[in-house]
Design a protein around this ligand. Sequence first.
Ligand code: AMP
Length: 563
Amino acid sequence: MADERLQFHEMGIDDRLLKAVADLGWSQPTLIQEKAIPLALEGKDLLARARTGSGKTAAYAVPVAQRILTSKQSVREQDVRALILVPTKELGRQVQAMMKQLTAYCSRDVRVADISGKADLSAQKPILMEKPDVVVGTPSRVLAHLNAQNLVLHSSLEMLVVDEADLLFSFGFEADLKNLLCHLPKIYQSFLMSATLSEDVQALKELLLHNPVILKLQGSQLPDSSQLQQYSINCEEEDKFLLIYTLLKLRLVQGKTLVFVGAVERCYRLKLFLEQFGIPACVLNSELPVQSRCHIITQFNQGFYDYIIAADEQSLADPSAAPQMSAVKGKKKKTTEGGGKAKDKEYGVSRGVDFQNVANVINFDFPTTVESYIHRVGRTARADNPGTALSFISHTELGLLSEVEEALIGDKADSVLKPYKFKMEEIEGFRYRCRDAMRSVTKQAVKEARLKEIKQELLNSEKLKTYFEDNPRDLQLLRHDKDLHPAVVKPHLKNIPEYLVPETLRDVVNPLVSRKRRRMKKEKSKPEGVVKTSFKRNMKGTNPLKSFKYSGGRGKKGKTVQS
Ligand code: AMP
């Protein structure tokens, strides 16, 4: 119960941190924060299994900041006191942002530097020379700086955090991590945060932690059905496009939505397809420069975009599928794919990254592992917010669905993924325009779009790096969801003739149509002679979907409606 939970102000935390927590609007700690913060403040090493979105960042960030503030009361010398290791650049940025928010009222005493993102070691050297109190970075980047002696930790380090430890392994950082430990002092306090307690994580625990307290807070890795609703629907390739078009165009899916696809090429195919219907979406994948990726996520979190189409590239997370996972010191960790484009192994969209207020996750392509399903779906229903996950399943993906269902069911009697009861036959009327749009999205168009976007984003990235540092307001003007246009756009596809919209959904889900209908009703109530005969009203009589039966609830913000 809320009032039984230990509150932030009862934990012995510095007032400046408490003030920042209040500014963040956090009325009480999450479960992991309630348990971890007091133990960490006692000086204990911690191993925490925390599901994504549980508030785990602050669970270690608050004690890290508190310990630095306490240390500084006796020792004034500036030194790096805490090191936070993360698996991806995106997560690095986020951790830094969270630390900065939490230390907003003591930013002079707790200085934080994120070195995960920038490409150039030499560009980061001056930052490290200033000895920030907290350094955030990926193991390979931190190790490179240690080897170059830009960073020296063996006498000053007081705290080490390994965040998303299981991902560090799956991203192939194991050797870097072990090498890095040789540069640390003998005694320091360690926190190991991980979504799963894999064998690798257990091994790391032996290496890093001394008499740790182990917190296994959640039995399940995803919130239960009162917070997160999970659905699946069987549909083959063409139907996937038909369904996503219908869901987005008719606004059956409302609120911010992440659409996951299985490959970079699919990102652009889907973006171009939606572009045909005037539905803007951002694309996110490992080929885009890191500045652009982070900017897209920031703007998405600020509410600039409704839809992100993200490629969740398994090969990047699976060392066996990606020979680029070199742990050789200082070696550049880039690989090349079919088109010769560089991919970034420190990219992780479904993992660790805090997309805020995501109402829906759509698996347009089903993930290839249970772990990936959990990470993707964990982007919604974060903190105490509700969320919906909907997976499109083709016959080739049925096996993967069973694996996920088996893993999630645990001791529950019912299947966790409920069937999404959408009657595909009732949107048959849209199939013709879908095919029309799909025909325009040729292989060549996709290839061109991919090249165009990367070129554009490289330009954007340069702007983000330099100009926008001095003009942060202008940052808002740079959008990432513009049309790419390599496919022929047929203007008539942007609008839906009313007769095509299933009758029973018209008022419920399509604000455009509803507006027109309301206007028509208004006109109808006007004195005779003012009302013009509406062509659309005449069309009603020939509506081929008149028999549509709607059995779902009314469309609500942030909800997925079923028919
Ligand atoms: P994390 O698991 O650290 O990625 O956090 C997930 C989300 O929960 C972030 O957007 C945090 O800002 C938010 N959050 C963290 N702690 C709290 C809290 N005590 N109350 C409300 N939201 C929180």
